[in-house]
Design a protein around this ligand. Sequence first.
Ligand code: ASP
Length: 352
Amino acid sequence: MGVKVETVGHFGGGQAGIFVLYTGGTIGMVEGPDGALVPLDLAGLLKYVPTARELPVGLTVATFDEAIDSATIGVADWLEIADAIVSHSQGHDGVVVLHGTDTMAYTASALSFLLEGIDIPIVLTGAQRPITSVRSDGRENLVTALEVASAKLTGAPLVPEVTIFFNDVLLRGNRAVKVHASSYRGFASPNLAPLATAGVSLDFATELLRTPEPGPIRRAGGMCTDVAAILLHPALDETALVSTLSRKGLRGVVLQAYGAGNGPSEPWFLRELERASDNGITVVVTTQCLAGAVRPGLYASGAALLSSGAISGGDMTFEAALTKLMFALDRHQDPTDVRRLMQQDLRGELTP
Ligand code: ASP
């Protein structure tokens, strides 16, 4: 996987300037000789969006030296994207990141924690169907993402945060989830209304928009990979739980619990979680439900889980909880500090 970033051109003649970073994904794929989709380079991709060059914005475009399928993404790529934004976005009015849909919600969440001083829009978008195909959703997604990235209100950027634009909605990045494997309505943010809806006009929900942070954009930290996820299901047994919790070096776990944060009340389950917390592992409880929140104490089974030392992830998505935990573990060694940070709303990812 190549992660070298190079500026490959400047198009358009408008006043506003958008930094476009192409990382890969279906949007830029074309059918290879054996019929499977393989990534195009950026120049190849832009050929299919002539309107992008006609927008009243200047585009500075950059690309990973090798476009990737986002299913292969990892922490090194997130840092590369974050660093590319830090070093190339200065002097621009906004950023658009072209990214595969599979892990777009993870990357958007990760960037929202990894970057601070966000004073311009950072909009991720992609497509369910390659831009080379006649019925691609990629052209509309890209052109509207560019519009969002350059949108201003009385001279100030309208949406100065990490977002996902997809189909007809602009979503807070760390609230978004991929909800469909093939529909053009591929993303939703079930616990927060869209920040904007695109129809004939682009209508912004101004009451939800964040104010710009004092720039310039910079890296706020790194990401610790000593984490695991545990999905509760009725066949989960002690052996499986212990094998995950006893992983060498493990420092954090996101536990996807049932409903309002409930889980089994068998002694082995609570004992192992308590042991993990006592050993300094931060256990964050989220809900498997698409919408809603962990509500500590609503049921005895949920209260028992939290009394084992686990903490509530509130209404965070799994993607936000995991990437925030990775960020918190990189920043702090002391589990008390990690747990405190996890329960704070850092970037609009958590309803306090
Ligand atoms: N596998 C592709 C990716 O995430 C899927 C997509 O972009 O829609 O890169």
